[in-house]
Design a protein around this ligand. Structure first.
Ligand code: 3AM
Length: 168
């Protein structure tokens, strides 16, 4: 299955992001908008694998290196080409956690790309609009767990399913 490690949100945080997506929908003609249950911050992309036990082990080991839950704050929106996202304010805890998860996955033999970690929450892809005005409330998120998420296409719709969770 196709896997990635991510931070998932409470219903309350998702609701804040859904309001931002609604605002975005009013400004663009076309786009593939992230459905509320798929909103997340990717920490490490693992890709297609059958080595689920090893991926869980990497997540557990990385999380055990951390002192506990930590706060994140939503930040202004931005874009990479036609993808629109909500930003995350700089967080050393988040960067170290993502790095440790990636390192532990590599120790377990997974190939994880060495790209700069730019935490974001994808709100929409394939958006055809030059200018958007998308304020994001600077609300705080308390991160209490990290998830292993399965990604699949079902009836042409992207579905993410949490298959494993480790509490911080
Ligand atoms: O958090 P976002 O939505 O940006 O873009 C994909 C999504 O990230 C990314 O993994 C997340 C869950 O699918 N992704 C997909 N293929 C990827 C790849 N080959 C990838 N990230 C890195 N390398």
């Amino acid at each position: 299955m196709r896997l990635f490690a991510a931070i998932l949100f409470s219903d309350e945080v998702r609701q804040t992001l859904v309001l931002a997506i609604d605002l975005l929908k009013q400004q663009v003609r076309h786009g593939r908008f992230t459905c509320p249950e798929n909103l997340h911050v990717t920490l490490a992309f693992i890709g297609e694998t059958t080595r689920i036990t090893e991926a869980k082990e990497a997540l557990r080991t990385a999380v055990n290196l951390h002192p506990g839950s930590f706060p994140l704050r939503l930040r202004a929106s931005g874009r990479f080409n036609d993808t629109i996202w909500a930003g995350i304010a700089d967080s050393p805890e988040l960067s170290v956690l993502a790095q440790d998860i990636q390192d532990e996955l590599r120790k377990q033999g997974f190939f994880v790309e060495r790209r700069a970690f730019r935490p974001h929450i994808t709100l929409a892809r394939r958006v055809n609009c030059k200018q958007i005005q998308l304020p994001i409330p600077a609300r705080e998120i308390n991160v209490t767990f990290v998830s292993l998420v399965k990604s699949e296409y079902i009836d042409h719709h992207l579905r993410y399913t949490e298959i494993y969770r480790v509490n911080l």
